[in-house]
Write a protein that binds this ligand. Sequence first.
Ligand code: SF4
Ligand code: SF4
Length: 221
Amino acid sequence: MERRVDLAEISDGKQYGINDMARAGCGGCEGCSACCRGMGRTVVLDPYDVYRMTEGLSVSFERLLQEKKLELNVVDGLILPNLAMNGPQEACAFLNEEGRCRIHPWRPGICRLFPMGRLYGEDGGFTYFLQIHECRKKERTKIRVRRLLDTPDTGRYETYIARWHDFRKSLQKQLAGDAAREREVNLALLKLFFLTPYAPGEDFYPQFDARMKRMEEKTGC
Ligand code: SF4
Ligand code: SF4
């Protein structure tokens, strides 16, 4: 989800690249699960998150929705999936009784990156920034952003993240004020990128590229 904030108020004022060290290491979040609760609809998933999660858990996207582990909501005019927060404590559906993540190897990108975030520029690129008020751990260690992400093939991953972000921005702009088309395009988006299963064991990026090509043909974005 895109937020308009004053970076000086929420960050240490620095912008980081993938190979930079940032004071974001939480030591495996030992004894703390604060950011797995009460996150509302903010942990929005992208297609790679869904590919990784459905493959890792051997479960379909539809099943995750039915089991209320994920839900669908409108984000700036687009229907996208997010982690569902359940119960009186509004806990992530993947949090276990010991306050640990049940899907740690397949957790979404936003969870991996926390307490860092991305700052998107007008040129289609992005940098990382450290959210200084978000993590409760007082003594954080320095960690390389690449390690925090814990994602293979970071070059391809970053290219994909920038492309997905640009595509969403462009689609949001195109659909603004066109309710009939918004519904039609959102259904196509949902079907193509989330409901249609990704081939397990096969590289994600060519599958994403093929789907993106079809979407570009449909929308011109
Ligand atoms: S997926 Fe895991 S790390 Fe992310 S909010 Fe849920 S329990 Fe926490
Ligand atoms: S608040 Fe910090 S230490 Fe606690 S779960 Fe979140 S990232 Fe980990």
